[in-house]
Write a protein that binds this ligand. Structure first.
Ligand code: ATP
Ligand code: MG
Length: 457
């Protein structure tokens, strides 16, 4: 609500202030202030209604912006295109992060070759490796290199100028840590350099309509300044992950302005490079040994598709006063929580045992829908008793010991059925799906009894 205020206004430029001053704070005119009391709100001090003096920015009607929904560069690497949301969007900046040695450069070179084969001019800034090293990798991957221009440069501005000179449609920078921005004191790869390089690249990619992909290293915990600093700047962030020592690689979109987040692509690292895995669930279960104790299968929803995975647990007597809890692919806090539920609600105590829990193929459990599978894997490990080979497990476990429903259970069940699972322990409210027998469970106690009796308890 407007309130009557007394103040002083510059007759030259309209600047207002509540206290009289001899010189206008805006136009610097002397003795130009006049008293007013006109019932309008007078702003206080130098932030009073200032006339804007900057050159007006260009504006345009949203309706006049050309609608080009299909404009993407398809890499024809199916799992990469899936994670990108159907290909790379021209003018976008994509960050591919991952542990050292996981396969970032391999994937980038393969993508560059596919895009070049479609007639695009592709620039490849190899700041980290010599052209000879890139050539060696290309030869191993069966890439001749036509249409790919190497830019062996670590100055970002020089590299971008070279890319513009080449007239590239797509540019790959391997890696963001290896390039530096001229005129900044800090070392390349440091926070100031990364932020500045990221900001420049966003502007450059958008201004020139060039699909730009940068790679970046992260440490296991992501604790040092690294690509995470760039996440808010770039259009898409894809992270490469792998299981312990396996050849499967999971590429996950953690941010995507042009596609679904949490979409995953699954690859296998081979001598000839990364191969898109057509049936990831089967690949994740390839090493599944139904005779081994501590193994339980469940299905996750990752992005747009269901994926079956195996949880493996091992429990052995501990020589330590405080037994170890080791988790890979799931949070160790989740493991602690489920062991606590198991003790209190299931009466099975693993107090003097070292417990290890892992997830197959480098997948990470990010929601609680795999709780029941982890829980029964733990029981199976503690008892050293294998679970029924044809039974899978779906359900979230509450602290109270009740088994809660999971989202999209139908799609998960269909995937498990497709892979040959005939039975599934699931929350009582789950709707049935043809081809897979549902065994309803309401509580941890009931679930453990049914699981250990092979679903026939
Ligand atoms: N001759 C080979 N046969 C099979 N796999 C190989 C061979 N050479 C390399 N690899 C695989 O490629 C991986 C290295 O890939 P790449 O150089 O693309 O990783 P990166 O993520 O770019 O690593 P960095 O962080 O060091 O740049 C190795 O860890 C290995 O798995
Ligand atoms: Mg590399």
């Amino acid at each position: 609500m407007a309130r009557a205020v007394r103040g002083y206004r510059c007759r030259e430029c309209g600047w207002q202030t509540v206290a009289y001053v001899g010189r206008c704070g805006e136009c610097q005119a002397w003795n130009s202030l006049e008293q007013f009391a006109d019932g309008t709100r007078a702003s206080v001090g130098p932030l009073a209604k200032r006339p804007v003096t900057a050159v007006p920015a260009a504006t345009l009607s949203l309706a006049d912006v050309p609608d080009e929904p299909g404009r993407r560069f398809v890499t024809e690497i199916p799992e990469l295109d899936r994670v990108l949301g159907g290909g790379v969007v021209p003018g976008s900046l994509v960050l591919v992060g991952g542990d050292p040695g996981i396969g970032k450069s391999t994937l980038m070179l393969q993508a560059a070759a596919r895009m070049a084969a479609k007639g695009l001019v592709v620039g490849y800034v190899c700041g980290e490796e010599s052209p000879r090293q890139v050539r060696m990798r290309a030869s191993r991957l069966g890439i001749a290199g036509d249409g790919i221009s190497l830019i062996p440069e670590t100055s970002l501005d020089s590299a971008l100028a070279a890319a513009e000179g080449l007239g590239v449609s797509a540019l790959i920078i391997d890696s963001i840590q290896s390039v530096y921005v001229d005129g900044l004191e800090s070392r390349s790869g440091g926070p100031a350099q990364l932020s500045e390089a990221g900001a420049r690249l966003v502007g450059w990619a958008k201004g020139n309509e060039i699909a730009t992909i940068v790679t970046g290293h992260v440490t296991k915990g992501g604790e040092i300044a690294g690509p995470r600093l760039l996440e808010h700047l770039v259009d898409a962030v894809l992270y490469f992950e792998s299981g312990e020592g396996g050849s499967l690689r999971v590429l996950r979109a953690v941010k995507n302005r042009f596609g679904a987040t949490d979409e995953v692509g699954v690859f296998e690292m081979t001598g000839e490079g990364l191969r898109s895995v057509e049936n990831p669930s089967a690949a994740f279960l390839e090493a599944h040994d139904p005779e081994a104790s501590g193994c339980a299968v469940t299905a996750l929803i990752e992005g747009s598709r269901p994926l079956a995975i195996e949880v493996q647990a091992l429990a052995v007597p501990s020589p330590l006063a405080a037994p170890r809890r080791i988790a890979s692919g799931l949070e160790v806090s989740r493991l602690h929580l489920l062991l606590a539920v198991l003790a209190r609600r299931g009466g099975i105590v693993a107090g003097n045992l070292d417990v290890v829990a892992t997830v197959s193929g480098g997948m990470r459990l990010r929601d609680p829908s795999a709780d029941l599978a982890i829980l029964v894997a733990l029981v199976s490990a503690v008892r050293d008793q294998p679970l029924d080979r044809g039974t899978a497990f779906l359900g979230e476990v509450a602290l109270s010991g009740s088994i809660r429903p999971v989202q999209q259970s139908q799609r998960r069940l269909l995937e498990l059925g497709r892979l040959g699972f005939g039975r599934c322990l699931a929350p009582a409210s789950t709707s049935p799906v043809e081809g897979i027998e549902l065994i309803p469970v309401r509580s941890v106690k009931e679930a453990l009894r049914m699981a250990l009796a092979g679903g026939r308890g």
